[in-house]
Design a protein around this ligand. Structure first.
Ligand code: HEM
Length: 519
Protein backbone atom coordinates (compact mmCIF):
# COMPACT_ATOMS: atom_id res chain seq x y z
CA UNK A 1 0.00 0.00 0.00
CA UNK A 2 2.87 2.33 0.84
CA UNK A 3 4.26 2.08 -2.65
CA UNK A 4 0.96 1.69 -4.36
CA UNK A 5 0.44 4.19 -7.14
CA UNK A 6 -2.48 3.62 -9.46
CA UNK A 7 -1.39 2.48 -12.89
CA UNK A 8 -4.01 4.81 -14.36
CA UNK A 9 -2.38 7.77 -12.60
CA UNK A 10 0.95 6.75 -14.09
CA UNK A 11 -0.53 6.45 -17.56
CA UNK A 12 -2.21 9.83 -17.29
CA UNK A 13 1.03 11.46 -16.15
CA UNK A 14 2.83 9.98 -19.15
CA UNK A 15 -0.03 11.14 -21.38
CA UNK A 16 0.23 14.64 -19.91
CA UNK A 17 3.93 14.98 -20.66
CA UNK A 18 3.48 13.54 -24.15
CA UNK A 19 0.47 15.71 -25.03
CA UNK A 20 0.74 19.03 -23.13
CA UNK A 21 3.61 20.41 -25.17
CA UNK A 22 3.17 24.19 -25.10
CA UNK A 23 1.13 26.67 -23.11
CA UNK A 24 -1.25 25.50 -20.40
CA UNK A 25 0.03 22.79 -18.06
CA UNK A 26 3.18 22.14 -20.11
CA UNK A 27 6.41 20.72 -18.70
CA UNK A 28 8.24 21.62 -21.90
CA UNK A 29 9.47 18.06 -22.38
CA UNK A 30 8.52 17.44 -26.01
CA UNK A 31 9.17 21.07 -26.82
CA UNK A 32 12.81 20.59 -25.86
CA UNK A 33 13.34 18.63 -29.08
CA UNK A 34 11.37 21.10 -31.23
CA UNK A 35 12.84 21.76 -33.66
CA UNK A 36 14.66 18.44 -33.86
CA UNK A 37 18.04 20.20 -33.98
CA UNK A 38 17.52 21.79 -30.52
CA UNK A 39 19.93 21.29 -27.65
CA UNK A 40 18.86 21.80 -24.04
CA UNK A 41 22.05 20.70 -22.31
CA UNK A 42 24.73 22.76 -20.64
CA UNK A 43 27.34 22.82 -23.33
CA UNK A 44 26.20 25.87 -25.25
CA UNK A 45 24.73 26.00 -28.73
CA UNK A 46 27.86 25.43 -30.82
CA UNK A 47 28.93 22.04 -29.55
CA UNK A 48 27.30 19.92 -32.26
CA UNK A 49 24.95 18.50 -29.63
CA UNK A 50 21.33 17.70 -30.38
CA UNK A 51 19.03 16.60 -27.58
CA UNK A 52 16.86 14.35 -29.75
CA UNK A 53 19.94 12.40 -30.87
CA UNK A 54 21.22 12.22 -27.29
CA UNK A 55 17.88 10.83 -26.13
CA UNK A 56 17.79 8.15 -28.84
CA UNK A 57 21.39 7.18 -28.13
CA UNK A 58 20.54 6.94 -24.42
CA UNK A 59 17.88 4.33 -25.19
CA UNK A 60 20.46 2.25 -27.08
CA UNK A 61 23.16 2.43 -24.39
CA UNK A 62 20.72 1.73 -21.54
CA UNK A 63 19.03 -1.21 -23.22
CA UNK A 64 21.75 -3.06 -25.14
CA UNK A 65 23.34 -4.42 -21.96
CA UNK A 66 20.11 -6.25 -21.11
CA UNK A 67 20.28 -10.01 -20.73
CA UNK A 68 16.91 -11.37 -21.77
CA UNK A 69 17.70 -14.92 -20.65
CA UNK A 70 18.59 -13.73 -17.16
CA UNK A 71 15.74 -11.21 -17.09
CA UNK A 72 18.09 -8.37 -16.18
CA UNK A 73 18.85 -4.91 -17.53
CA UNK A 74 17.11 -3.01 -20.26
CA UNK A 75 15.58 0.43 -19.92
CA UNK A 76 16.16 1.07 -16.24
CA UNK A 77 18.27 4.25 -16.28
CA UNK A 78 21.23 2.26 -14.94
CA UNK A 79 23.21 4.22 -17.54
CA UNK A 80 23.17 7.09 -15.04
CA UNK A 81 25.65 5.15 -12.91
CA UNK A 82 27.76 4.25 -15.94
CA UNK A 83 28.47 7.64 -17.53
CA UNK A 84 32.19 7.51 -16.84
CA UNK A 85 32.68 4.27 -18.75
CA UNK A 86 34.57 4.64 -21.99
CA UNK A 87 31.75 2.94 -23.88
CA UNK A 88 29.40 5.76 -22.78
CA UNK A 89 31.67 8.61 -23.82
CA UNK A 90 29.99 11.97 -24.38
CA UNK A 91 27.63 14.45 -22.86
CA UNK A 92 24.47 12.53 -23.71
CA UNK A 93 24.06 10.60 -20.46
CA UNK A 94 24.15 13.49 -18.01
CA UNK A 95 22.59 16.05 -20.35
CA UNK A 96 19.61 13.73 -20.74
CA UNK A 97 19.27 12.89 -17.05
CA UNK A 98 19.57 16.50 -15.92
CA UNK A 99 16.85 17.60 -18.30
CA UNK A 100 14.51 14.73 -17.50
CA UNK A 101 15.04 15.00 -13.72
CA UNK A 102 12.31 17.68 -13.71
CA UNK A 103 9.66 15.17 -14.81
CA UNK A 104 10.67 12.27 -12.57
CA UNK A 105 8.11 11.47 -9.88
CA UNK A 106 6.47 8.50 -8.20
CA UNK A 107 4.24 8.44 -11.28
CA UNK A 108 7.00 8.45 -13.87
CA UNK A 109 10.42 6.88 -13.34
CA UNK A 110 13.51 8.14 -15.12
CA UNK A 111 13.35 4.97 -17.22
CA UNK A 112 9.82 5.91 -18.32
CA UNK A 113 11.09 9.41 -19.13
CA UNK A 114 13.82 7.82 -21.27
CA UNK A 115 11.24 5.83 -23.24
CA UNK A 116 9.15 8.98 -23.64
CA UNK A 117 12.22 10.83 -24.90
CA UNK A 118 12.59 8.46 -27.83
CA UNK A 119 8.94 8.85 -28.79
CA UNK A 120 9.18 12.66 -28.47
CA UNK A 121 12.31 12.69 -30.65
CA UNK A 122 10.68 10.69 -33.43
CA UNK A 123 7.63 12.94 -33.29
CA UNK A 124 9.67 16.14 -33.60
CA UNK A 125 12.24 14.83 -36.09
CA UNK A 126 9.88 13.90 -38.88
CA UNK A 127 9.17 10.35 -37.76
CA UNK A 128 6.00 9.00 -36.24
CA UNK A 129 3.80 10.51 -33.52
CA UNK A 130 1.79 7.36 -32.84
CA UNK A 131 3.75 4.52 -34.44
CA UNK A 132 5.76 3.60 -31.33
CA UNK A 133 3.28 2.69 -28.60
CA UNK A 134 4.41 4.11 -25.29
CA UNK A 135 3.86 2.16 -22.09
CA UNK A 136 4.57 3.11 -18.50
CA UNK A 137 5.82 1.23 -15.45
CA UNK A 138 9.59 0.99 -15.84
CA UNK A 139 11.57 0.85 -12.61
CA UNK A 140 14.86 2.70 -12.11
CA UNK A 141 17.96 0.74 -11.21
CA UNK A 142 19.74 1.74 -8.02
CA UNK A 143 23.20 0.81 -9.21
CA UNK A 144 25.28 0.27 -12.33
CA UNK A 145 24.61 -2.73 -14.52
CA UNK A 146 27.06 -4.78 -16.58
CA UNK A 147 29.19 -3.14 -19.26
CA UNK A 148 29.15 -4.18 -22.91
CA UNK A 149 27.91 -1.38 -25.18
CA UNK A 150 29.59 -1.99 -28.56
CA UNK A 151 32.16 0.62 -29.59
CA UNK A 152 33.64 1.56 -32.98
CA UNK A 153 36.51 -0.88 -32.47
CA UNK A 154 34.40 -3.76 -31.15
CA UNK A 155 34.61 -6.75 -33.50
CA UNK A 156 31.50 -7.92 -35.34
CA UNK A 157 31.09 -11.16 -33.44
CA UNK A 158 31.18 -9.45 -30.03
CA UNK A 159 28.78 -6.76 -31.23
CA UNK A 160 26.28 -9.29 -32.56
CA UNK A 161 26.52 -11.36 -29.38
CA UNK A 162 25.78 -8.29 -27.25
CA UNK A 163 22.72 -7.39 -29.33
CA UNK A 164 21.60 -11.05 -29.35
CA UNK A 165 21.68 -11.18 -25.54
CA UNK A 166 19.43 -8.11 -25.58
CA UNK A 167 17.04 -9.81 -27.99
CA UNK A 168 18.07 -8.61 -31.44
CA UNK A 169 19.30 -10.83 -34.28
CA UNK A 170 21.80 -9.80 -36.92
CA UNK A 171 19.37 -8.19 -39.35
CA UNK A 172 17.64 -6.36 -36.49
CA UNK A 173 21.00 -5.14 -35.21
CA UNK A 174 21.88 -3.72 -38.61
CA UNK A 175 18.50 -2.04 -38.91
CA UNK A 176 18.56 -0.63 -35.38
CA UNK A 177 21.99 0.86 -35.93
CA UNK A 178 20.89 2.50 -39.19
CA UNK A 179 17.73 3.73 -37.45
CA UNK A 180 19.76 5.30 -34.65
CA UNK A 181 22.37 6.75 -36.96
CA UNK A 182 19.69 8.60 -38.91
CA UNK A 183 19.97 11.24 -36.18
CA UNK A 184 22.90 13.10 -34.70
CA UNK A 185 26.62 13.11 -35.07
CA UNK A 186 30.02 11.75 -34.25
CA UNK A 187 31.61 14.37 -32.02
CA UNK A 188 35.11 15.54 -32.52
CA UNK A 189 35.53 15.93 -28.76
CA UNK A 190 34.67 12.27 -28.14
CA UNK A 191 36.42 10.65 -31.08
CA UNK A 192 39.20 13.00 -32.22
CA UNK A 193 40.97 10.18 -34.03
CA UNK A 194 38.08 9.07 -36.21
CA UNK A 195 37.61 11.02 -39.40
CA UNK A 196 39.94 13.42 -41.11
CA UNK A 197 40.55 15.67 -38.19
CA UNK A 198 44.04 14.52 -37.31
CA UNK A 199 45.46 15.87 -40.52
CA UNK A 200 43.58 19.15 -40.20
CA UNK A 201 44.67 19.48 -36.58
CA UNK A 202 48.29 19.15 -37.61
CA UNK A 203 47.91 22.04 -40.01
CA UNK A 204 46.12 24.05 -37.31
CA UNK A 205 49.05 23.51 -35.00
CA UNK A 206 51.47 24.77 -37.65
CA UNK A 207 50.16 28.23 -36.78
CA UNK A 208 50.38 29.75 -40.22
CA UNK A 209 47.69 32.43 -40.21
CA UNK A 210 46.39 31.90 -43.70
CA UNK A 211 46.14 28.12 -43.29
CA UNK A 212 44.42 28.46 -39.91
CA UNK A 213 41.41 30.21 -41.35
CA UNK A 214 41.31 27.88 -44.34
CA UNK A 215 41.44 24.80 -42.15
CA UNK A 216 38.83 26.13 -39.76
CA UNK A 217 36.64 26.73 -42.76
CA UNK A 218 37.24 23.17 -43.96
CA UNK A 219 36.39 21.77 -40.53
CA UNK A 220 33.22 23.80 -40.48
CA UNK A 221 32.30 22.55 -43.92
CA UNK A 222 32.43 18.94 -42.90
CA UNK A 223 31.20 19.23 -39.34
CA UNK A 224 28.34 21.27 -38.03
CA UNK A 225 30.22 22.82 -35.15
CA UNK A 226 31.57 20.01 -33.01
CA UNK A 227 30.36 16.98 -34.93
CA UNK A 228 29.91 15.18 -38.23
CA UNK A 229 26.49 13.81 -39.16
CA UNK A 230 26.06 10.15 -40.10
CA UNK A 231 24.04 11.47 -43.03
CA UNK A 232 23.33 14.81 -44.67
CA UNK A 233 20.22 15.29 -42.50
CA UNK A 234 21.18 14.62 -38.85
CA UNK A 235 18.10 16.50 -37.64
CA UNK A 236 15.59 14.57 -39.74
CA UNK A 237 14.59 11.02 -38.95
CA UNK A 238 14.78 9.57 -42.46
CA UNK A 239 16.60 6.83 -44.36
CA UNK A 240 19.24 9.12 -45.87
CA UNK A 241 21.84 7.28 -43.81
CA UNK A 242 20.86 4.14 -45.73
CA UNK A 243 20.63 5.62 -49.22
CA UNK A 244 23.83 7.64 -48.84
CA UNK A 245 25.62 4.50 -47.67
CA UNK A 246 24.31 2.38 -50.53
CA UNK A 247 24.81 5.11 -53.13
CA UNK A 248 28.16 6.38 -51.86
CA UNK A 249 26.71 9.88 -51.73
CA UNK A 250 26.60 12.55 -48.99
CA UNK A 251 28.20 11.20 -45.83
CA UNK A 252 28.39 7.67 -47.30
CA UNK A 253 26.90 6.24 -44.11
CA UNK A 254 29.04 8.33 -41.79
CA UNK A 255 32.45 8.12 -40.15
CA UNK A 256 31.82 4.63 -38.76
CA UNK A 257 31.69 3.51 -42.41
CA UNK A 258 34.45 5.68 -43.83
CA UNK A 259 36.91 6.01 -40.93
CA UNK A 260 40.54 6.12 -42.07
CA UNK A 261 41.39 3.44 -39.57
CA UNK A 262 39.65 0.25 -40.71
CA UNK A 263 39.18 -0.98 -37.15
CA UNK A 264 36.92 2.03 -36.46
CA UNK A 265 34.48 1.05 -39.22
CA UNK A 266 31.93 -0.67 -37.00
CA UNK A 267 28.90 0.40 -39.04
CA UNK A 268 30.51 -0.80 -42.23
CA UNK A 269 31.29 -4.22 -40.69
CA UNK A 270 27.68 -4.50 -39.59
CA UNK A 271 26.06 -3.27 -42.78
CA UNK A 272 28.03 -5.63 -45.06
CA UNK A 273 27.71 -8.61 -42.74
CA UNK A 274 24.60 -9.83 -44.61
CA UNK A 275 25.84 -8.55 -47.96
CA UNK A 276 23.86 -5.33 -47.49
CA UNK A 277 20.55 -7.22 -47.66
CA UNK A 278 19.10 -5.40 -44.64
CA UNK A 279 20.36 -2.02 -45.82
CA UNK A 280 18.85 -2.68 -49.27
CA UNK A 281 15.50 -3.44 -47.67
CA UNK A 282 15.65 -0.17 -45.71
CA UNK A 283 16.27 1.87 -48.85
CA UNK A 284 12.50 2.19 -49.18
CA UNK A 285 11.57 5.06 -46.82
CA UNK A 286 8.27 3.52 -45.70
CA UNK A 287 10.00 0.23 -44.86
CA UNK A 288 12.69 2.11 -42.95
CA UNK A 289 10.09 3.98 -40.89
CA UNK A 290 7.98 0.92 -40.06
CA UNK A 291 11.01 -1.29 -39.29
CA UNK A 292 12.54 1.38 -37.07
CA UNK A 293 9.25 1.93 -35.24
CA UNK A 294 8.84 -1.71 -34.38
CA UNK A 295 12.49 -2.16 -33.37
CA UNK A 296 12.46 1.03 -31.28
CA UNK A 297 9.27 -0.20 -29.62
CA UNK A 298 10.99 -3.45 -28.67
CA UNK A 299 14.01 -1.53 -27.42
CA UNK A 300 12.03 0.76 -25.07
CA UNK A 301 10.04 -2.25 -23.86
CA UNK A 302 13.18 -4.19 -22.98
CA UNK A 303 12.91 -4.18 -19.20
CA UNK A 304 13.96 -6.41 -16.30
CA UNK A 305 11.64 -9.41 -15.94
CA UNK A 306 10.24 -8.05 -12.67
CA UNK A 307 8.73 -5.06 -14.48
CA UNK A 308 5.20 -5.11 -15.88
CA UNK A 309 4.44 -2.44 -18.42
CA UNK A 310 1.02 -0.82 -18.82
CA UNK A 311 -1.19 -0.85 -21.87
CA UNK A 312 -0.15 1.79 -24.43
CA UNK A 313 -0.68 5.38 -23.35
CA UNK A 314 -2.85 7.10 -25.94
CA UNK A 315 -3.65 10.79 -26.27
CA UNK A 316 -6.95 11.39 -24.49
CA UNK A 317 -9.65 13.55 -26.05
CA UNK A 318 -11.16 14.17 -22.61
CA UNK A 319 -9.28 14.06 -19.37
CA UNK A 320 -9.58 15.14 -15.73
CA UNK A 321 -6.55 17.09 -14.51
CA UNK A 322 -5.40 18.05 -11.02
CA UNK A 323 -8.48 16.61 -9.35
CA UNK A 324 -8.64 17.35 -5.65
CA UNK A 325 -11.15 17.31 -2.82
CA UNK A 326 -11.69 19.91 -0.15
CA UNK A 327 -13.88 20.25 2.93
CA UNK A 328 -15.57 23.19 4.59
CA UNK A 329 -15.53 23.71 8.35
CA UNK A 330 -19.14 22.48 8.37
CA UNK A 331 -18.08 19.23 6.65
CA UNK A 332 -19.28 19.88 3.07
CA UNK A 333 -16.96 18.04 0.66
CA UNK A 334 -16.24 19.51 -2.76
CA UNK A 335 -14.35 18.38 -5.82
CA UNK A 336 -12.33 20.74 -8.02
CA UNK A 337 -9.91 20.56 -10.90
CA UNK A 338 -9.85 20.91 -14.65
CA UNK A 339 -11.31 19.05 -17.57
CA UNK A 340 -8.99 19.01 -20.58
CA UNK A 341 -10.13 18.59 -24.14
CA UNK A 342 -7.58 17.62 -26.79
CA UNK A 343 -8.92 18.51 -30.21
CA UNK A 344 -7.79 18.82 -33.76
CA UNK A 345 -10.67 19.33 -36.16
CA UNK A 346 -13.67 19.18 -33.84
CA UNK A 347 -14.07 22.60 -32.20
CA UNK A 348 -14.25 22.41 -28.40
CA UNK A 349 -17.49 23.29 -26.59
CA UNK A 350 -17.82 26.49 -24.56
CA UNK A 351 -18.39 24.58 -21.33
CA UNK A 352 -18.39 20.91 -20.25
CA UNK A 353 -21.11 19.11 -18.30
CA UNK A 354 -20.28 16.63 -15.59
CA UNK A 355 -21.87 14.81 -12.68
CA UNK A 356 -20.83 12.61 -9.78
CA UNK A 357 -22.16 9.22 -8.72
CA UNK A 358 -22.35 7.55 -5.32
CA UNK A 359 -21.68 3.94 -4.43
CA UNK A 360 -25.48 3.50 -4.28
CA UNK A 361 -25.61 4.61 -7.91
CA UNK A 362 -27.23 7.91 -7.18
CA UNK A 363 -26.19 10.46 -9.78
CA UNK A 364 -25.93 14.11 -8.90
CA UNK A 365 -27.63 16.90 -10.81
CA UNK A 366 -25.74 17.87 -13.96
CA UNK A 367 -22.99 20.37 -13.18
CA UNK A 368 -21.29 22.74 -15.55
CA UNK A 369 -17.67 23.87 -15.70
CA UNK A 370 -16.53 27.45 -16.00
CA UNK A 371 -15.72 28.73 -19.46
CA UNK A 372 -12.33 27.62 -20.77
CA UNK A 373 -9.50 29.42 -19.03
CA UNK A 374 -6.28 27.98 -20.41
CA UNK A 375 -5.00 26.83 -23.76
CA UNK A 376 -2.10 24.91 -25.17
CA UNK A 377 -0.76 23.22 -28.26
CA UNK A 378 0.28 19.65 -28.82
CA UNK A 379 1.86 17.44 -31.45
CA UNK A 380 -1.65 15.97 -31.50
CA UNK A 381 -3.59 19.25 -31.89
CA UNK A 382 -4.76 21.77 -29.32
CA UNK A 383 -5.60 21.60 -25.64
CA UNK A 384 -8.19 23.61 -23.76
CA UNK A 385 -8.84 23.58 -20.00
CA UNK A 386 -12.12 24.15 -18.16
CA UNK A 387 -12.04 24.68 -14.40
CA UNK A 388 -14.74 23.26 -12.17
CA UNK A 389 -15.61 23.12 -8.49
CA UNK A 390 -18.74 21.70 -6.88
CA UNK A 391 -20.00 20.19 -3.68
CA UNK A 392 -20.54 16.43 -3.77
CA UNK A 393 -22.82 14.10 -1.84
CA UNK A 394 -20.67 12.83 1.01
CA UNK A 395 -19.82 10.42 2.25
CA UNK A 396 -20.48 8.04 -0.61
CA UNK A 397 -19.41 9.73 -3.86
CA UNK A 398 -17.15 7.40 -5.77
CA UNK A 399 -16.91 8.76 -9.29
CA UNK A 400 -16.72 11.90 -11.39
CA UNK A 401 -18.17 11.57 -14.89
CA UNK A 402 -18.02 13.63 -18.09
CA UNK A 403 -18.01 12.99 -21.81
CA UNK A 404 -18.40 9.26 -21.29
CA UNK A 405 -15.43 8.78 -18.97
CA UNK A 406 -15.27 8.34 -15.20
CA UNK A 407 -12.67 9.09 -12.57
CA UNK A 408 -12.65 7.29 -9.23
CA UNK A 409 -13.26 9.52 -6.21
CA UNK A 410 -12.46 8.55 -2.63
CA UNK A 411 -14.40 10.80 -0.25
CA UNK A 412 -13.73 8.60 2.79
CA UNK A 413 -10.11 9.63 3.18
CA UNK A 414 -8.51 12.42 1.18
CA UNK A 415 -5.72 14.97 1.17
CA UNK A 416 -6.79 18.61 1.32
CA UNK A 417 -4.44 20.01 -1.34
CA UNK A 418 -5.46 23.64 -1.07
CA UNK A 419 -5.05 23.55 2.72
CA UNK A 420 -1.69 21.75 2.58
CA UNK A 421 1.42 23.83 1.98
CA UNK A 422 4.65 23.33 0.12
CA UNK A 423 7.86 25.36 0.05
CA UNK A 424 11.34 24.78 -1.35
CA UNK A 425 12.33 22.84 1.72
CA UNK A 426 9.28 21.62 3.62
CA UNK A 427 5.68 20.44 3.48
CA UNK A 428 2.68 20.55 5.77
CA UNK A 429 0.06 17.95 4.89
CA UNK A 430 -3.61 18.24 5.77
CA UNK A 431 -6.19 15.55 5.17
CA UNK A 432 -9.69 14.47 6.12
CA UNK A 433 -11.09 11.03 6.96
CA UNK A 434 -14.52 9.83 7.93
CA UNK A 435 -14.64 9.89 11.72
CA UNK A 436 -16.05 6.34 11.58
CA UNK A 437 -12.76 5.18 10.02
CA UNK A 438 -10.70 6.65 12.83
CA UNK A 439 -12.20 4.50 15.58
CA UNK A 440 -9.46 2.89 17.61
CA UNK A 441 -6.75 4.49 15.46
CA UNK A 442 -4.68 7.27 16.93
CA UNK A 443 -3.00 8.98 14.06
CA UNK A 444 -2.98 9.12 10.30
CA UNK A 445 0.17 8.45 8.25
CA UNK A 446 1.18 10.87 5.53
CA UNK A 447 3.42 9.57 2.74
CA UNK A 448 5.49 11.87 0.54
CA UNK A 449 7.24 10.42 -2.51
CA UNK A 450 10.12 12.84 -2.96
CA UNK A 451 12.63 12.90 -5.86
CA UNK A 452 16.02 13.32 -4.21
CA UNK A 453 19.59 13.54 -5.42
CA UNK A 454 21.46 10.28 -5.23
CA UNK A 455 25.11 9.30 -5.23
CA UNK A 456 26.53 8.11 -8.50
CA UNK A 457 23.83 9.22 -10.92
CA UNK A 458 22.40 12.52 -12.15
CA UNK A 459 18.98 10.89 -12.02
CA UNK A 460 16.93 11.57 -8.91
CA UNK A 461 15.68 8.70 -6.81
CA UNK A 462 12.22 8.62 -5.26
CA UNK A 463 12.40 8.44 -1.49
CA UNK A 464 9.33 7.69 0.61
CA UNK A 465 9.02 9.91 3.64
CA UNK A 466 6.33 9.01 6.12
CA UNK A 467 5.02 11.42 8.70
CA UNK A 468 2.61 11.12 11.58
CA UNK A 469 -0.50 13.30 11.29
CA UNK A 470 -2.64 14.17 14.27
CA UNK A 471 -6.32 15.04 14.52
CA UNK A 472 -6.91 18.76 15.02
CA UNK A 473 -10.62 19.30 14.33
CA UNK A 474 -13.83 17.70 13.19
CA UNK A 475 -15.99 18.88 10.30
CA UNK A 476 -19.39 17.20 9.95
CA UNK A 477 -18.80 13.45 9.47
CA UNK A 478 -15.07 13.96 9.13
CA UNK A 479 -11.99 14.31 11.30
CA UNK A 480 -9.22 16.57 10.04
CA UNK A 481 -5.52 15.72 10.40
CA UNK A 482 -2.36 17.75 10.09
CA UNK A 483 1.33 16.88 9.92
CA UNK A 484 4.16 18.85 11.43
CA UNK A 485 6.47 20.58 9.00
CA UNK A 486 8.14 17.82 6.94
CA UNK A 487 11.58 18.82 5.71
CA UNK A 488 12.64 17.58 2.29
CA UNK A 489 16.33 17.44 1.60
CA UNK A 490 18.28 19.02 -1.20
CA UNK A 491 17.83 18.12 -4.82
CA UNK A 492 14.88 18.63 -7.07
CA UNK A 493 13.16 19.88 -3.87
CA UNK A 494 9.47 20.49 -3.94
CA UNK A 495 9.05 19.61 -7.62
CA UNK A 496 7.54 16.29 -8.52
CA UNK A 497 6.46 15.36 -5.00
CA UNK A 498 3.43 13.08 -4.77
CA UNK A 499 1.49 12.57 -1.54
CA UNK A 500 -1.05 10.16 -0.08
CA UNK A 501 -2.41 9.43 3.39
CA UNK A 502 -3.11 6.13 5.15
CA UNK A 503 -5.41 5.27 8.03
CA UNK A 504 -5.59 1.65 9.11
CA UNK A 505 -6.46 -0.23 5.93
CA UNK A 506 -7.72 2.87 4.15
CA UNK A 507 -5.60 4.84 1.68
CA UNK A 508 -6.37 8.10 -0.06
CA UNK A 509 -5.84 8.73 -3.73
CA UNK A 510 -2.50 10.34 -4.51
CA UNK A 511 -2.13 14.03 -5.35
CA UNK A 512 0.72 16.11 -6.73
CA UNK A 513 2.15 18.66 -4.35
CA UNK A 514 1.88 21.20 -7.21
CA UNK A 515 -1.71 21.57 -6.03
CA UNK A 516 -0.64 22.55 -2.52
CA UNK A 517 -0.59 26.17 -1.49
CA UNK A 518 2.93 27.29 -2.49
CA UNK A 519 4.83 29.29 0.10
C1 HEM B 1 27.39 -1.44 -33.08
C2 HEM B 1 26.53 -0.55 -32.85
C3 HEM B 1 26.82 0.91 -32.61
C4 HEM B 1 28.02 1.57 -32.45
C5 HEM B 1 29.41 0.99 -32.43
C6 HEM B 1 27.70 2.96 -32.29
C7 HEM B 1 28.63 3.95 -32.10
C8 HEM B 1 28.34 5.30 -32.07
C9 HEM B 1 29.32 6.35 -31.94
C10 HEM B 1 30.81 6.14 -31.81
C11 HEM B 1 28.66 7.52 -31.94
C12 HEM B 1 29.25 8.92 -31.81
C13 HEM B 1 29.02 9.45 -30.42
C14 HEM B 1 29.58 10.84 -30.20
O1 HEM B 1 30.60 11.17 -30.78
O2 HEM B 1 28.98 11.59 -29.42
C15 HEM B 1 27.27 7.23 -32.07
C16 HEM B 1 26.28 8.17 -32.12
C17 HEM B 1 24.94 7.87 -32.11
N1 HEM B 1 24.38 6.60 -32.04
FE1 HEM B 1 25.37 4.88 -32.25
N2 HEM B 1 26.36 3.11 -32.35
C18 HEM B 1 25.79 1.89 -32.54
C19 HEM B 1 24.45 1.60 -32.61
C20 HEM B 1 23.44 2.50 -32.36
C21 HEM B 1 22.06 2.17 -32.17
C22 HEM B 1 21.49 0.76 -32.21
C23 HEM B 1 21.40 3.34 -31.95
C24 HEM B 1 19.95 3.58 -31.67
C25 HEM B 1 19.01 2.70 -31.80
C26 HEM B 1 22.38 4.41 -32.00
C27 HEM B 1 22.09 5.75 -31.85
C28 HEM B 1 23.03 6.76 -31.99
C29 HEM B 1 22.69 8.16 -32.08
C30 HEM B 1 21.29 8.77 -32.10
C31 HEM B 1 23.91 8.85 -32.16
C32 HEM B 1 24.08 10.37 -32.27
C33 HEM B 1 24.33 10.94 -30.89
C34 HEM B 1 24.52 12.43 -30.87
O3 HEM B 1 24.44 13.09 -31.90
O4 HEM B 1 24.71 12.96 -29.76
N3 HEM B 1 23.61 3.86 -32.22
N4 HEM B 1 27.11 5.86 -32.14
Amino acid sequence: QLNGIDIRDKMEEMEHILVDNNGANSDGFVNAVSPCSSYVGRNGPDSGEQSSAQWVRFVFHDSVTANLAAGTGGIDASLGFESDRNENLGLFVNDTLRFMAATVSAYLSMADNIALGLVASLAECGGTTTGVPLRVGRIDAEEAGPAGVPEPTTDLETTLAQFAAAGFNKSETIALTACGHSLGRMHYSNFPDIGNYTFLNKILQSKSDSSVSLVKWLMLLQSIDGGVGFDATPAIFDNNVVTEYLGGTGQQGGLLVTAGNVSDRSDFRLYVSDNNATMQSLSVEATFQSQCNSLFERMINTVPSAVTLSDPVVPMTWKGVDLGLDISSAGAVSIAGFIRNLYYSVAPPSVVYYDTTTSDNVTSAVQVTAAASAYGTSIFGYTIYYGFNSTIASPGTNSLNFEGISYPVNDEIFILPTQSTSSQSSFVLKAAALTSLTQGLGSMTGVLYVPERQQGSASPKITNTTVEMTAYATAGNYTLFVSGSVPVSSGPGSRGVVAKVLLGDAASRTVKSDLFQQE
